[in-house]
Design a protein around this ligand. Structure first.
Ligand SMILES: Cc1cc2nc3c(=O)[nH]c(=O)nc-3n(C[C@H](O)[C@H](O)[C@H](O)COP(=O)(O)OP(=O)(O)OC[C@H]3O[C@@H](n4cnc5c(N)ncnc54)[C@H](O)[C@@H]3O)c2cc1C
Length: 252
């Protein structure tokens, strides 16, 4: 999908100015990009914490929708073992009894030496683990695995915990619906003034939100919206035509 595209990695947008003459994105290292339109795929957590400044601010209905939706907590705990742990033919394990049930998956069959087992915790369980020091959270989940498999001696070579709450480019795992937010995703998905277009899992339909396929479909939807502009009456054109987008030297 990325083939032939000019993708700049490490370009962290700090400010996004938008108006009649187009869109101007300034990155934290001072680079400036101009375009006729921008598709904003920033995670909901970034929109909520306003790490990217919109100038002028986003319309009120968008800001309300951003506030109405929630950001879910999720924690992944990884344990690397020298030897295969799960019985042959088993690649996933549900451990009922905790709320929510714990879900373990394995790297078995992926050519990994030994075996890496991953536990995914969400909701209250994730918050419970996040409240503990990392080492203790890893010990707690390992204990569940030991009990579930009836193997108290299980000891991983390495263990690691990952979460997205403090990630400066995520600020949370993915969007979650909240009471009263049933239309928030469709409001977030709407373009603004033929300049700003929105995609990302939080703009997908309620049924597809918080998934990869929802994010993918929303990107295609935003692309179609921009293509459809060609069939509309001429836009208020920028002084220069930035078609395709381009980087410019920073103005003094
Ligand atoms: C633990 C976990 C398990 C999951 N499991 C599943 C699953 O089993 N199935 C499934 O379908 N989905 C799953 N998901 C959800 C899925 O990963 C997301 O819905 C999807 O990746 C979201 O894609 P996106 O493009 O909307 O956002 P992202 O993939 O988060 O992309 C947003 C991008 O914006 C970038 N960015 C942030 N700030 C800036 C900035 N200032 N300037 C420039 N760029 C910036 C980020 O670096 C990132 O690359 C899971 C998610 C998590 C966290």
């Amino acid at each position: 999908m990325a083939s032939g595209l000019d993708i700049r990695l490490g370009a962290v947008v700090e400010t996004l100015e938008w108006g009649l003459s187009g869109v101007r994105a300034t990155t934290t290292d001072g680079r400036v990009f101009l375009a006729d339109q921008a598709v904003i795929t920033l995670p909901l957590g970034i929109l909520k914490t306003q790490r990217v400044k919109f100038v002028p601010d986003l319309p009120l209905d968008k800001r309300n929708a951003i506030e109405q939706l929630g950001v879910a907590d999720a924690v992944k705990l990884f344990y690397q073992f020298d030897q295969p742990i799960f019985p042959e033919g088993i690649v996933e394990l549900y451990v009922p009894g905790s709320n929510p049930d714990e879900w373990w998956s394995s790297t078995r069959g992926h050519g990994v030496e030994g075996e890496i087992l991953t536990s995914l915790a969400t909701g209250d369980k994730a918050r419970e683990l996040l409240a503990l020091p990392g080492e203790q959270a890893l010990r707690t989940a390992l204990e569940t695995l030991r009990q579930a498999l009836g193997r108290p001696e299980l000891t991983p070579r390495k263990a690691r915990l990952a979460h997205w709450r403090d990630d400066p480019e995520a600020q949370g795992a993915y969007s979650k619906a909240c009471v009263g937010a049933s239309t928030a995703r469709s409001v977030l998905a709407r373009p603004v003034n033929h300049r700003l277009f929105f995609a990302g899992e939080h703009t997908a339909s309620n049924a597809w939100a918080a998934t990869v396929h929802g994010a993918y479909a929303s990107g295609r939807r935003a692309a179609r919206e921009i293509i459809a502009l060609r069939h509309q009456p001429p836009l208020h054109r920028p002084r220069h035509d930035y078609q395709g987008g381009r980087e410019v030297a920073q103005s003094p």
